[in-house]
Write a protein that binds this ligand. Structure first.
Ligand code: ITT
Length: 199
């Protein structure tokens, strides 16, 4: 087969209500010949400090109704200067206090180190669950910079001068927690489900 061409298309359901996540992962998986279908039915999350536990629970619920190949993910933002807050409650905290609220909490704090963590849980008819984790170390900026969604305009990876909000989706995927987890998923699918790597 010609290099760079994909042997077949593999369809996978992605259970999420978040369009930003969908677009990012879709872009990572496309060169592997994987087509994503957005299913707006992520099961209600349990309360836990551990992303893995949340994902395991949600996968167990989702696969009962949809056993065909699928995945979902949970992401947390852990800010050192706030003892790991908001962690897995990032979504709730974003809705309640937003970016300005986080900047206010960090005012006068020297330690702005933080990390984003994504855990993807995948399943299909052959495997009950397989987890893929992506972590990126960064810092919370002092000002809102750029656009993007969620915490993008205040999170800057340590290895970049730009916040996520100042990056294109392609650039963000190179650095990001989600890009890393999604590439692990794609590589595993390539090995275990016989997909070909695209260009
Ligand atoms: P699901 O339907 O997939 O659960 P969600 O938005 O509720 O979508 P999470 O429970 O994983 O997703 O919530 C994580 C929150 O953290 C999310 O709502 C954003 O506010 C924030 N977040 C996650 N990933 C982010 C990213 O790449 N950039 C900016 N903010 C992010």
């Amino acid at each position: 087969m010609e290099a760079g061409k994909i042997s077949k298309t593999y369809k996978i359901n992605f259970f999420t209500s978040n369009y930003g996540k969908f677009i990012e992962i879709k872009q990572v998986l496309a060169p592997y010949g994987i087509e994503l279908i957005k299913i707006n039915e992520k099961p209600k999350e349990i309360q836990s400090e551990k992303l893995e536990e949340i994902v395991e629970y949600c996968v167990a619920v989702a696969r009962m109704k949809h056993p065909e190949p699928g995945f979902l993910e949970d992401t947390g933002l852990f800010i050192e200067g706030l003892n790991g807050f908001p962690g897995p409650y990032a979504s709730f905290v974003f809705q309640k206090i937003g970016l300005k609220g986080i900047l206010k909490l960090l005012k006068n704090k020297e330690n702005r180190r933080s990390k984003f963590v994504t855990v993807i849980g995948y399943w299909d008819q052959q495997i009950k669950i397989k987890l893929f984790k992506g972590v990126v170390e960064g810092e919370i900026t002092t000002k809102i910079r750029g656009k993007g969604w969620g915490y993008d305009p205040i999170f800057k990876p340590l290895k970049s001068d730009k916040t996520y909000g100042e990056m294109t989706t392609h650039e963000k995927n190179i650095f990001s927690h989600r890009g890393r987890a999604a590439r692990k998923l794609a590589e595993w699918l390539r090995e275990e489900r016989n997909l070909k790597r695209g260009s």
